[in-house]
Design a protein around this ligand. Sequence first.
Ligand code: G3P
Ligand code: MG
Length: 251
Amino acid sequence: MTHPAIQLPTLIAHRGYSAAAPENTLSAVRAAYQAGIDWVELDVQLLGDGTPVIWHDADVARCSNSRGALASMDLANAQTLDAGSWFGDAFSGEKMVSLETMLALLNELGMGVNMEIKVNKGRDPIALVERTLPVMLDTLPSERLIISSFDSRALVHCRQFANSDRLALGVLFGSVPKTWRAQCEAIEAFSVHPDWPRLKRIQAEAILRDGYKLLCYTANDPSAFHSRWEWGISSVITDEPAAFKRFLDSH
Ligand code: G3P
Ligand code: MG
């Protein structure tokens, strides 16, 4: 498998710079860019009308001024929501953003994205992949795109549906299971994305030895994470990219 020639960044801003702006919004991506971070992690899923949007939860209660499941909304409904004032008055009126609009901003800023295919409970991974993967592959250069998921059905379908080896796929894990190698081989993975406090050094070394990149989520305390860099970790996905950057610049 030939993977795209991705120049992996040390720091990836989780859900955009989500400590500085409402997560998964245009403001959060712009905040990352302004902080000198050139890659973001974002979550994509479908509204009830099939429109792909950048959103983490199955419903809108936590990150908007309303309630309701994404699966029950169309784009017109969804865009009436205020997806910013829950975070701060300065973000009042921020909209839920479509995948298409987000990809346009990423291209405008020349940023890379780790797009997480977010298969919430009861949602269809196949439809999600088929509605999102072609637009991502058509819009972004393969050097600026990593697609990840916790859902192995989604990842397997990405590999089959893309019909291209110019697609970097990442396997998300909580704890790294004993089956990690088989899962990676089944999709010809580019990277493994574990929950950093649960990752053991021996696992990190085996993953790297097998040629996979290692992207840890979600580390927010640079001093607590610091000893892990010597394990060879490729990138950290963080809500606090500016704090990590300052820490790394001074150590
Ligand atoms: O992709 C890393 C991380 O985003 C996975 O967990 O729940 O924050 O989407 P979550
Ligand atoms: Mg995510």
